[in-house]
Design a protein. Structure first.
Length: 132
């Protein structure tokens, strides 16, 4: 399973999406490997102002695996954030929760956000930065 971060979905749904990103996501979707969670869904959908586009993306998201954000995810996110803070590293809570969702469910996260590279460096997060 591949948890696709909002940074990737936002790029995918914008006009002029890079061919590399478009093809990769189409492969993931066709292989039924695409996953989202509530934070990713909210980050993407709340940024869409046109109702027709909102309905299209919302409909697409219903076809993907949905990872529930459980108490274990929040606990892991809190512990990770605290451990990173002790090292002088600050990461947004939303990214900690998204990363913990991937860790707890043993998913790899595809992203375009350097925070996930930082988290992966200090945890068991499996991450692939699509900008590289």
């Amino acid at each position: 399973m591949i948890l696709v971060d909002s940074s990737v979905w936002i790029t995918y749904y914008r006009p002029g999406v890079p061919e590399k990103i478009e093809n990769l996501l189409k492969e993931i979707i066709l292989a039924d490997m695409a996953a989202i969670n509530g934070i990713i869904m909210t980050e993407v959908l709340s940024g869409i102002s046109k109702l027709k586009e909102y309905e299209m993306v919302s409909s697409d998201f219903k076809g993907f695996h949905y990872l529930k954000i459980t108490e274990d995810v929040f606990s892991n996110a809190s512990l990770t954030g605290s451990a990173l803070r002790r090292k002088g590293i600050s990461v947004p809570a939303t990214d900690l929760i998204i990363a913990s969702s991937a860790i707890i469910t043993d998913c790899i996260i595809y992203h375009m956000d350097s925070h996930f590279d930082v988290i992966a460096k200090h945890t068991g997060l499996k991450a692939k930065n699509l900008l590289n």
